[in-house]
Ligand binder design. Structure first.
Ligand code: GLU
Length: 448
């Protein structure tokens, strides 16, 4: 079967899974060359195997709301591949969650986790539960109910979930407590736990910080640096605020953050005090537009941040938030670096546009791998029952992000994807991640 045949077959079997098809096509477009070079990839049907999850666990979650009514949600865990380590990936609670979204995220996670160089397979899970309009008590009851169902299928050596959109340290801690309760074991079954009961220092910061460390390496490869650059960030969640915080600490000026309701623009740039305010506001589930009362700035309802002049864009909100029109607006406003803090924030047309314009583009599976990398470090700390210091973990994170950058750049060069002005990180990241997993599958023969 050619790569195109595999895609055709996936499109036929899963026509209602557009996000998954989008993610598969993006990877396929860059690994045909690898396939062509070694006949074993076709013989062992590596791509066919990697595009079909090992299994999908789908379950009903019954829980009780504050009025005593029974509520019902759907939950899933997509265990995509454990070829190079236990299944690993976050849990997302958001009304848009469905099998397509979780399959795309789980598929991406295989390559992202492989790129970290740590022994972790790929998985993703979640529910269509919407935490936004729920009370704290309802969220707690839902987390307990979710793990009561998923409990049988996870374990420190089997599958290790973590957070994602709608699931932060608080929710992970509820889930961890329920697992501990049911299993009578204290193991590192989830990552992103609270610090002091198994959680790693620097885990909350890791995805955002890691994206900026990746950016530093991109700039360095072009004899440039981040100091004095103007940065547009979208999102105001965990990834966005920590990307903004690290960019600021390294001398950049960050002028936007956003959420689903609009964009916050501060032409003076966010200070640490302002970012701390945003963190507290979001933690208390209060609106971003109240910012102007404290610090001035501009709140633009319904807008995205890409209408402002800058050098670097770090989209950190959600999948497909950046369309071709947004990418054009970025280019016209001077943006030359696009670093994906979220998973697949650029849609397929936006990716084509930034590549055609030779903008420097870092795909999420490389640039946002810092979060899961520190999850990997949390797993090893739990296994040896020790804690590492913040500085130690942060140092290790910087090394991992540098290695991911260098591995992606080297793979792109090896397969002839780079041009004079640019490093093709998208192709390089796909190839470097793919090769690690593919080699394991070939070594195993027919078993996963
Ligand atoms: N949800 C994060 C991601 O997309 C982190 C996953 C993890 O730590 O397992 O990579």
């Amino acid at each position: 079967m050619s790569m195109q045949d595999v895609i055709n077959s996936i499109e036929q079997r899963y026509p209602h899974q557009p996000e998954f098809i989008q993610a598969v096509k993006e990877v396929a477009s860059t690994i045909q060359v690898v396939y062509d070079r070694d006949p074993n990839f076709a013989k062992y049907k590596v791509f066919e195997r990697l595009t079909e999850p090992d299994r999908i666990i789908s379950f009903r979650i019954n829980w009780e709301d504050d009025e005593g009514n029974i509520q019902i949600n759907r939950g899933w865990r997509v265990q995509f591949s454990n070829a190079i380590g236990p299944y690993k990936g976050g849990i997302r609670f958001h009304p848009t969650v469905n099998e397509s979204i979780l399959k795309f995220l789980g598929f991406e996670q295989i390559f992202k986790n492989a790129l970290t160089g740590l022994p972790m397979g790929g998985a993703k899970g979640g529910s269509d539960f919407n935490p936004e309009d729920k009370s704290d008590n309802e969220i707690r009851r839902f987390c307990y109910a979710f793990i009561r169902e998923l409990y049988h299928y996870i374990g420190q050596d089997m599958d290790v979930p973590a957070g994602d959109i709608g699931v932060s340290g608080k929710e992970v801690s509820y889930m961890f407590a329920m697992y501990k309760n049911l299993s009578h074991e204290y193991t590192g079954v989830l990552t992103g736990k609270g610090v002091g009961f198994g959680g790693s220092l620097c885990r909350s910061e890791a995805t955002g910080y890691g994206a900026v460390y990746f950016l530093q390496n991109m700039l360095k490869a072009r004899n440039d640096n981040i100091e004095g650059k103007t940065v547009l960030v979208s999102g105001a969640g965990n990834v966005a605020v920590h990307a903004a915080e690290k960019a600021l600490a390294l001398g950049a000026k960050v002028i936007t953050l956003s959420d689903s309701k609009g964009t916050l623009y501060d032409e003076l740039g966010f200070t640490q005090e302002k970012i701390d305010w945003v963190k507290q506001q979001k933690a208390a589930r209060r609106p971003l537009f109240e910012y102007h009362r404290e610090f001035g700035g501009l709140w633009i309802p319904g807008a995205k941040p890409w209408q402002f002049d800058g050098d670097i864009a770090i989209p950190c909100a959600t999948q497909n938030e950046v369309t071709e029109e947004d990418a054009r607006s970025m280019f016209e406003h001077g943006i030359r670096y696009v670093v994906e803090g979220a998973n697949m924030p650029l849609d397929a047309d936006a990716i084509d546009y930034v590549r055609a314009k030779k903008m420097h583009y870092a795909p999420g599976k490389a640039a946002n791998a810092g979060g899961v990398a520190v999850s990997g470090l949390e797993m090893s700390q739990n296994s040896v029952r020790q804690y590492r210091t913040f500085e130690d973990v942060d140092q290790q994170l910087q090394i991992i992000m540098r290695n991911i950058h260098d591995d992606a750049a080297a793979a792109a060069a090896e397969y002839g994807f780079n041009c004079d002005e640019c490093i093709d990180y998208m192709s390089g990241a796909n190839i470097a991640g793919y090769n690690r997993v593919a080699n394991a599958l070939i070594a195993y023969g027919i078993l996963n």
